[in-house]
Design a protein around this ligand. Structure first.
Ligand code: PLP
Length: 483
């Protein structure tokens, strides 16, 4: 866990008092909050996108900053009385710039999706809207004639994006139809080499040359290897595209200097987005980093696509970013990848099939078809056994995005709890036992089911007991006692 800033009893008192206050109004909410801590303490959390924020981060969110409207940017607000919001937003931006070596940081996005929307519209504003205003010799869109405005709106809606395909590990927000990005952009995707599972840069270059997108999006939710952002930038430059990197998943590895040089997106991309709650271990939220040319466009995020900023969450982001600048965070980031490698090795030696044959980052993608299961069977059987994961598509997945053939597991959360490589090997054993002993079930009319699974209670109970034993040596939030 991040080192507590105050003595254990102070933290227990803070959370106990908060719950007492909440209980006096709606006891059921206080109970649910307390129960959530108990549940999280009891579960072996291998969800690659989750973590445990420090008590300081959690407390920074629960206060009167929540009451404040602060549309605008630091020092230029549309509301009066924002000096304290200015303080925390400026502190957060300063920490983000220093941590990632970025020219500009924007802390307002409420989530990763929102950060991506801010980035898309910043690029559209810079590369489509600004030139149109210049051509029409006006300063802002309100000054355009009806005819020029209609032409600009058509042009904004007629741009191209190249993003990583979903089954290769890309994210819905990278131009896929169910998300607004797919409705805004004409999208094509790039993928991985079917033989190796690795990103195919040559094929990507060919597609980019042919498609000539405005934006190339790099970044992923379920790709277990490194991405070479220097090559991505070369390709983007060659075709006149802006390189945007969504580092939502691996921001903690960038912050902790595990990903450096060609694998650090910040020196290579014109714009980088992130969540703050995954490997970065902050509050739920997003941020955008960019070069100087994009800064003024990014800063228009609110009100362009965002509602009023959440000052309490920006305060928590500032605390989390300050934590990530401590040396201990570098150690944490190293341990995340060491744990993921140990988990992968533990699975491989027991015969599991892994997409790309291993991992270089914080996540591992198990191809559960090797066990004769769908991702849904595997996810449910593991949950029965006290192991929380999520199913995920694998490249060329025959089972589609709902049933899938993969299970994605990640180590940021358990690493925060203090588990190390020896425990990862034990966990690999538990996962392998459950998957090997699970069988596909049948539908009500006796046909093979992609959803129902069969796993004996005795196996599930035994694995759950071993998972609980394992976790008991690594208490979650050890400084907080609510009893
Ligand atoms: N980008 C990537 C790569 C993600 O993996 C995710 C979340 O899973 C997001 C964006 C969206 O983040 P949020 O849920 O905070 O909107």
């Amino acid at each position: 866990m991040p080192s507590p800033s105050s003595s254990p009893s102070t933290e227990s008192t803070a959370f106990r008092s908060a719950l007492e206050v909440i209980r006096s109004v709606e006891p059921r909410v206080a109970d649910a909050i307390g129960q959530e801590l108990a549940d999280q303490r009891d579960s072996l959390k291998l969800i690659a996108s989750e973590n445990y924020a420090s008590p300081a981060v959690l407390l920074a969110m629960g206060n009167w900053f929540s009451d404040k409207y602060a549309e605008g940017t630091i020092g230029r607000r549309f509301y009066a009385g924002c000096r304290n919001v200015d303080t925390v937003e400026a502190l957060g931006a300063e920490h983000a710039r220093a941590l990632f070596g970025a020219s500009h940081a924007y802390l307002q996005p409420h989530s990763g999706i929102d950060a991506n929307l801010v980035a898309f519209w910043a690029v559209l504003s810079q590369r489509v809207e600004s030139p149109a205003l210049q051509r029409a010799q006006v300063r802002q869109v309100n000054d355009l004639s009806e005819q020029d405005w209609a032409a600009l709106r058509r042009e904004l809606g007629d741009q191209r994006m190249l993003g990583m395909s979903l089954d290769a590990g890309g994210h819905l927000t990278h131009g896929f139809r169910p998300n607004i990005s797919g409705k805004m952009f004409d999208q094509r995707s790039y993928g991985t080499d079917p033989a190796t599972g690795l990103l195919d840069y040559d094929a990507l270059r060919e597609t980019a040359r042919d498609f000539r997108p405005l934006i190339i999006v790099a970044g992923y939710s379920a790709y277990p290897r490194l991405v070479n952002f220097r090559i991505m930038r070369e390709i983007a430059d060659e075709v006149g595209a802006t390189l945007m990197v969504d580092m939502a998943h691996f921001a903690g590895l960038v912050a902790g200097k595990v990903l450096t040089g060609d694998f650090d997106p910040v020196p290579h991309a014109q714009i980088v987005t992130s969540t703050t709650h995954k490997s970065l271990r902050g509050p739920r939220g997003g941020l955008v980093l960019c070069d100087d040319e994009l800064a003024e466009h990014v800063d228009r995020g609110c009100p362009m696509v965002l509602g009023g900023p959440l000052p309490h969450v920006m305060a928590a982001k500032a605390v989390a970013l300050a934590e990530a600048r401590q040396d201990s965070f570098r150690d944490y980031a190293q341990r995340i990848t060491a744990n993921a490698s140990a988990l992968a090795e533990g699975l491989l030696k027991r015969g599991a099939r892994l997409v790309t044959g291993g991992t270089d980052n914080h996540l591992v993608l198990i191809d559960v078809s090797g066990y004769g299961l769908t991702g849904r069977h595997a996810e449910a059987a593991l949950l029965d056994s006290g192991i929380v994961t999520n199913r995920n598509s694998i490249p060329q997945d025959p089972n589609g995005a709902w049933y899938t053939s993969g299970i994605r597991i990640g180590t940021p959360a358990l690493t925060t709890r203090g588990l190390g490589t020896a425990e990862m090997d034990e966990i690999a054993g538990l996962i392998d036992t459950v998957l090997a002993k699970t069988e596909p079930g049948t539908t009500k009319d006796g046909k093979p089911s992609k959803a129902r699974h069969v796993l004996s209670d005795s196996v599930a109970d035994e694995v759950s007991r071993r998972a609980t034993d394992l976790l008991s040596g690594f208490p979650l939030y050890p400084t907080i006692d609510l009893s």
